[in-house]
Write a protein that binds this ligand. Structure first.
Ligand code: APR
Length: 168
């Protein structure tokens, strides 16, 4: 039975097959959820990220989870919000589609996403939540390898935005 759940909390504590990191194009770590994931995974994560050659916005790359309680981390780079006329919606949708596609290629059955681009990258939270959930629903309708997608939301505002979008 496939499901999309939303929870409030710290994504580095989730015990799933894979968590998704809201990274930047260097893949060399940062603040926010990127910083939390690298801190929890330990130095081996950065060491392997150095070998990946970066990541384009909307693309996704996969590594092991190291000291995290997950087998994999899928690193994706969300769009920086510049007003919405620079392809931001498509890039954000691609982050979810490409992360889910990479998950199916690696036998991942349960995967957790943060609210990509909803922090430092400034994406309006309501529309980001709508794009994330719509893209995920469409992907899960098209294939049956993934059992559960969990959106792990840190702030109250982001949680509310995803919760109301999920019920629509
Ligand atoms: N667990 C879950 N969500 C978290 C956590 C955590 N431990 N820490 C932060 N968040 C939330 C933020 O509150 C926000 O809602 O993740 C969402 C995404 O925010 P950012 O981490 O700022 O990511 P983003 O907006 O995509 O900006 C990416 O920030 O950290 C840098 O290197 C990163 O340059 C990149 C940029």
């Amino acid at each position: 039975m496939k499901s999309i759940d939303i929870v409030r909390g710290d994504i580095t504590k989730l015990e799933v097959d894979a968590i998704v990191n809201a990274a930047n194009t260097t893949l060399l770590g940062g603040g926010g959820v990127d910083g939390a994931i690298h801190h929890a995974a330990g130095p081996e994560l950065l060491a392997v990220c150095r070998t990946l050659g970066g990541c384009e916005p909307g693309e996704a790359k996969i590594t092991r989870g190291y000291r995290l309680p997950v087998r994999f981390v899928i690193h994706t780079v969300g769009p920086i919000w510049r007003g919405g006329k620079n392809g931001e919606p498509e890039i954000l949708a691609n982050c979810h589609r490409n992360s889910l596609q990479l998950a199916t290629e690696n036998g991942i059955k349960t995967i957790a996403f943060p609210a990509i681009s909803c922090g430092a990258y400034g994406y309006p939270i309501e529309t980001a939540a709508h794009i994330a959930l719509k893209t995920t629903r469409e992907f899960l309708a098209s294939e049956d390898k993934i059992d559960k997608v969990i959106f792990v939301l840190w702030g109250e505002d982001v949680y509310e935005a995803f919760a109301s979008s999920l019920d629509r």
